[in-house]
Design a protein around this ligand. Structure first.
Ligand code: 5GP
Ligand code: ZN
Length: 108
């Protein structure tokens, strides 16, 4: 079982920000910004390329709720999802990084 599935099952502890029946948002263990949250579906999907559009739509609404809860709506934030080898994805359970709480540098 992948490490994020273990987090969903409670076998690995996490600092939960928001949770509902289908999704979980928790603090990244190695934060790259003042706010760095990982957002995942509770069901295992390898990456963005494989997620069903319906589930992605529901996840979009959940991510927006997370942004509200952590107070980054006004000042803005960054969402990142890495896909596969060339995308440097390390954990093969789809996750969005929500980064914010400070001025981020341009990456593109
Ligand atoms: P990726 O490179 O796959 O997009 O990012 C994986 C992220 O998962 C990294 O930012 C890493 O810090 C985070 N991470 C890896 N293992 C754990 C863990 O056990 N708990 C938490 N909270 N984050 C983790
Ligand atoms: Zn998984």
């Amino acid at each position: 079982m992948c490490i994020f599935c273990k987090i969903v099952k409670g076998e690995i502890p996490n600092k939960t920000i928001l949770e509902d029946e289908n999704f979980l948002a928790f603090e990244d263990i190695n934060p790259q910004a003042k706010i760095h949250i990982l957002i995942i579906p509770k069901t295992h999907v390898d990456n963005f390329d494989l997620i069903a559009p319906k589930l992605m739509g529901e996840m979009t609404a959940f991510i927006q709720k997370v942004a509200s809860k952590v107070g980054v709506k006004n000042d803005g934030y960054r969402l990142v999802t890495n896909i596969g080898k060339n995308g440097a994805q390390e954990v093969n359970h789809i996750h969005f990084h929500l980064l914010g709480g400070e001025q981020l540098g341009s990456i593109l």
